[in-house]
Design a protein around this ligand. Sequence first.
Ligand SMILES: O=c1[nH]c(=O)c2[nH]c(=O)[nH]c2[nH]1
Length: 301
Amino acid sequence: MSIRLGPNQYGKAENRVVRIVRDTARHQIRDLNVSTALRGRFDDAHISGDQKDVLPTDTQKNTVFAYAKKIGVASIEEFALALADRYLEACPAAEGARVEVDEYAWDRIQVDGTGHDHSFVRSGGGVRTTIVNVDGRGADRVAHVVSGIKDLVVLKSTGSEFKGFLKDEYTTLQETTDRILSTSLVARWRYEGTGVDWDKSYESIRALLLQRFAEIHSLALQQTLHGMGTSVLEQHPDVAEIKFSAPNKHHFLSDLSPFGLDNPGEVFFAADRPYGLIEASVVRDEAGDAGNAWHAIPGFC
Ligand SMILES: O=c1[nH]c(=O)c2[nH]c(=O)[nH]c2[nH]1
């Protein structure tokens, strides 16, 4: 019998770091959840228990907070790339570093029509996210950036059909040409390089996803996702591929006939489970090799 150590990585998950820029009375806030992981030649740490190669997860955490002060957060992508490079510099046994950053956005509280200098209210409308993987150093360095948005809850109250589907003896679903379509979208897209205006690109893709969700007359959530992804690839040449995970948040028409009431698409039961889970990706044919870009991202096909 032969048994060996399989794939492994280690790091500090979910460092909650809030960076305030307070050079003037008008403060800026970046509110992050940062998870780090190193992979490489860490066999001794697992097999003999010798930790000589291990940069502690505690050090990885400290680096996140020190870098928030030293270099600040120009964008979550730049911050993640800088951290990944730092870990590879500090830890010779590491062959690759993975840094995932979620950002919780804040809006200024409006007082008399003006955004307050230092009081904020958490924004709705999805969590911005990035996952950076850097493999190697110097001339061998390869960096991949997968950015995205999650928890983007959207709904259209008409303009959605689901009909013509396969039926068997267990099918009870009625065909419909007018239903509610709603999802809590996760979309992640892989950039081809790192010479990107990260904030501008994110805002533009987020706006485009919302616009296309609204515009597309949906024949199924699958077709809506494909349409949204195709538009992103058409309008963003630096995006190689986009992946979606979309729970179909079913809204069932409430039967009000026992109460002598008709219900022409006005009152619904919003079920929370079970839900259809629709996952799809749209890929550019000539896209470069994804390498480790999608390493350890759960919930995507
Ligand atoms: O958009 C949908 N896609 C499906 O595959 C599906 N299946 C189902 O029951 N309802 C829906 N809706």
